[in-house]
Design a protein around this ligand. Structure first.
Ligand SMILES: [Zn+2]
Length: 421
């Protein structure tokens, strides 16, 4: 337990983005395990490698929720920290095409964010907050408007008190900054979270990992078991320290290769331009991420932008005939159905199925980086389900709500702060 630590939280309820959050009754830790498909959870429950999370079936709450579409990292971390869908917060992928300038823009800061994160609102209300994330590119959105501890394990060696609210993070955790492409990039986040909770006792902490392991290893592979067991061990330590721990994911993960190991890919920009004329469309992959080499920028969702005068109806009809394509929606339908911001949407959107990814031009996707491994990725509807776990039982109101209303991963702050006994 935290000994003499008393919460700095005042009694005030925080109102942000149309939702109300009670101040934390005890230290509260929200963990977003990147790429934590429910299949990993089930596997870990079955083979005993997730004993702490399994114990939440008795002592807390275990369910499966929907993530925001597209099922990508930026979109969903932003949904979770703001408590609202992309139609409200504005971040609909890692990459988007600016309709006015025609430029392809990578989202690396909070300039496109249209509302305030819950952490920033609590921080302003005097609650002690902390954020640790694996990838530095997420930090500016997650910690937007927030005072207190905030850093990425990717830049652990660069932390300084003025900028990050903490320094000597490597000494605190007891090891050096992990490699950008390693399981430890994530485990470092969780180990830092345990140390921060025991030493500084923030009231509300957000920990976000990377999906390096899940992109490489299916449920049941030893590397996946070892990693998720280590996550579970850190969760156990946070619970022992007296925290309410809430766990969800930004998206699931599926195998996208054929039986022979080659990826199932539809290069949609090539297909459409071959059929309807060179330069007819530009396809944008919102999963694209120059810092990430493990999925070749291929996921199961893309946005298609038409050159002026082109017939979108004919292109959508043709796209539906391509093998592995699950769903094609025009801009308005997509935004209505999946709560997306209309002014940042393509002319139409395309979902590939559970075993297929969809890309732009063949030359833009470097699959040599897979180095012979099967392609595992996300972005589509088959990766929409994510775990939704709480270390403490729900109160009567939220127990009823969980049974009667659809759960989203962006309800996790609500449940952790308002919904547990
Ligand atoms: Zn992710």
């Amino acid at each position: 337990m935290l000994g003499q630590k008393t919460l700095t939280a005042t009694a005030a309820i925080v109102e942000v983005n149309g939702r109300s959050y009670a101040p934390p009754k005890r230290p509260t830790v929200i963990i977003v395990v990147d790429g934590f498909d429910p299949a990993y959870l089930q596997h870990g429950f079955d083979n005993g490698t997730l004993p702490t999370m399994k114990s939440f079936e008795e002592t807390g709450f275990v369910a499966v929720a929907d993530c925001s579409i597209p099922s990508t990292t930026n979109t969903n971390n932003t949904s979770i920290v703001t408590g609202v869908p992309p139609a409200v917060h504005g971040i609909n992928g890692n990459y988007y095409l600016d309709a006015e300038t025609g430029k392809e823009i990578m989202i690396t800061d909070a300039s496109l964010l249209r509302c305030e994160p819950i952490l920033g609102a609590f921080s302003r209300a005097g609650v002690q907050t902390a954020v640790v994330t694996a990838k530095d590119k997420l930090l500016k959105v997650l910690a937007y408007g927030m005072a207190g501890i905030q850093f990425s394990s990717e830049h652990a060696h660069k932390t300084n008190l003025a900028k990050n609210g903490i320094d000597n993070v490597e000494a605190l955790v007891g090891r050096g900054q992990p490699d950008q492409y390693s399981a430890d990039l994530s485990l470092f986040v969780l180990d830092a979270g345990v140390k921060i909770l025991s030493r500084f006792g923030p009231d509300l902490m957000y920990l976000s990992t990377s999906d390096y392991v899940q992109h490489k290893h299916a449920p049941g592979e030893p590397e996946a078991d070892i990693y998720h067991h280590a996550v579970d061990t850190a969760v156990g330590k946070l619970v022992k320290l007296g925290a309410t721990v809430a766990i969800t994911a930004d998206h699931g993960m599926n195998d996208k290769s054929a039986a022979d190991g080659t990826p199932n890919v539809v290069y949609l920009e090539d297909e459409l331009n071959a059929r309807f004329g060179a330069g007819s469309v530009r396809v944008i992959c919102p999963i694209a991420d120059p810092f990430v080499r493990h999925h070749g920028a291929l996921g199961s969702f893309v946005r298609v932008y038409l050159r002026e005068g082109k017939d979108g109806g004919a292109m959508r009809a043709f796209t539906r005939t391509l093998p592995g394509i699950e769903l094609v929606l025009d801009k308005e339908q997509a935004c209505r159905q999946y709560d997306l911001p209309v002014d940042r949407e393509g002319d139409f959107v395309v979902f590939a199925d559970r075993t297929t990814v969809v890309g732009a031009r063949r030359e833009e996707h470097d699959l040599s980086q897979l180095a012979g491994q099967r392609l595992r990725s996300h972005g589509g509807l088959a990766e929409q389900k994510v775990p939704f776990l709480l270390s403490r039982p729900l109160n009567a109101q939220y127990s009823l709500r969980a049974k009667t209303k659809a759960l989203h991963n962006y309800d996790i702050f609500d449940f952790a702060l308002n919904g547990v006994t």
